[in-house]
Write a protein that binds this ligand. Sequence first.
Ligand SMILES: *[C@@H]1O[C@H](CO)[C@@H](O)[C@H](O)[C@H]1NC(C)=O
Ligand SMILES: *[C@@H]1O[C@H](CO)[C@@H](O)[C@H](O)[C@H]1NC(C)=O
Ligand SMILES: *[C@@H]1O[C@H](CO)[C@@H](O)[C@H](O)[C@H]1NC(C)=O
Length: 522
Amino acid sequence: MKSLARTLLFWFLLSTILFESEAFKVLLVFPFPARSHSILGEGYVRHLLKAGHEVTYITPYPMDNSNPNLRQISAADNLNAFNAQPLSLQTLINKVINIEQEFHFHNIVMNVTRSTLENPAVLKLLNDSSEQFDVVVAEWMFNEIYSGFAAVFNCPYIWSFPFEPNFVGLSLIDEATNPAYTANIQLNDIPPFTFSQRASSLSFQIMTTIKHMLFYKSAEESCYQNAFEPIVAKRGRTLPSYYELKHNASFMLGYSHVSLGQAIRLPQNYKPIAGYNIDEEVEPLSEDLKYIMDNAKNGVIYFSLGSNMKSKDLSDEIKQILLKVFSELKQVVVWKFEEELPNKPKNVHIFKWAPQQSILAHPNCVLFITHGGLLSITEAVHFGVPFIGIPVYFDQHFNVDNAVSRGIAKKVTFTENVAKNVKEAIQDILNNPKYHQRMKEISFTYHNRPISPGKELVFWVEHTVRSGGAPLYRSPALDVPWFQKMYLDLLALIVAIIFSVIYVIRLICVSKCKIQIKKKTL
Ligand SMILES: *[C@@H]1O[C@H](CO)[C@@H](O)[C@H](O)[C@H]1NC(C)=O
Ligand SMILES: *[C@@H]1O[C@H](CO)[C@@H](O)[C@H](O)[C@H]1NC(C)=O
Ligand SMILES: *[C@@H]1O[C@H](CO)[C@@H](O)[C@H](O)[C@H]1NC(C)=O
């Protein structure tokens, strides 16, 4: 009896030790103040907590979650780092501000970064020498300053990359992509490129690199030094150079998948995990929504312009035309909208808040009308619903064009004609089975992966800690200068040899000729 108790105690202690050593301390840095970005952060929180890890989460939108292993650090001040008034659809239609203006965008991003690093709660965390982490996961948003968190806690770090992989992102962990056939979210061209598209793709890549060197690099470096140098010094170490550290991520976990983007070649330390934020089981619909959707004999069209845009920013004229278009449909329309509308037809139902995933998951949902954010498109592919994209800004244009080129969507642009164009697009998608068919094929590839994206996320985070920063995955391309990769040094050598040979031949010729001329004149 005693020995049994002893054996049990032994196994209990062993398993506690094993279990304890499996719980890692993870710091998640997702302070960008846009709801869609916090959805990405929350996906990490949920999966890592579920795997038993201790999570510290820096976010502008603290979650309603009382898990004792979760500590949240509010960066809600970042919501004020956007100087501009919130974007309204109307200003975008009228193009009053052009968010794609690069300098403006760079300033916004730098303001958010500074605001994060000046946040008292973040400073307290950084300043506290007793704080330790096993790994940092930081969202990449157009600069690499948050890599400094890894220097402070002397641990490896991982980039969470919120876009289709591009040359800027992949240069951090490997090398730039080939502009001849790689699409870029900031250009709207979809491969195969024409001659001029190929030229503009190359020039974009070169110009972006030069602009970064000339205008942004020094501001980023000084922000990095100011924020992290004294803190790292206080811990008795020296801060690595910005260049060195920003190229030292163990992995880049990207919000991409071959079913959503391109099948370009990817380095071994890039892992495509799009869809990890979508729960394996969707929440049930509310009573009223369920009733509406269950009884929609001709199907349901779900209309939402996303979390950053408010439908109420639409002009009254557009609202009325849209209502008229919807009233002529056989389908039921579920519209995520922030206000009640007068003259609402019978088949249109407005919900201030709508559980998008649960609606798309319903078998009666036949069409989705969306702004084309990457998360919404991923959800459409996840649940196999073809869509109409009305892109508003940034990567949405690219996302929608890309989906159109794959035959799962139609695009409608934001003009005062939007309603008429939406109507034509609805009829086209509903009357033509090829959109559903194609979406089914793409959705199959999206789901058919060796491991679910959430499990894969946890796997690579754990691997990073257990392998001491995954040094074996580091790309050798990072240590080779660009002119050596392009063999420009070899080219220079060959050119030099050719010129020397020509020179020597000419010398010989000239001296021979002189001798001959001398002979003749003699
Ligand atoms: C960035 O912050 C500075 C100072 O707080 C402010 O003057 C500037 O307008 C901000 N820029 C943007 C683009 O929000
Ligand atoms: C950092 O910690 C030191 C004590 O170690 C304290 O004097 C200082 O005020 C702290 N700074 C911040 C910004 O919390
Ligand atoms: C780069 O990462 C590796 C693995 O995490 C680490 O051992 C090394 O010290 C890091 N180098 C710098 C400059 O931070």
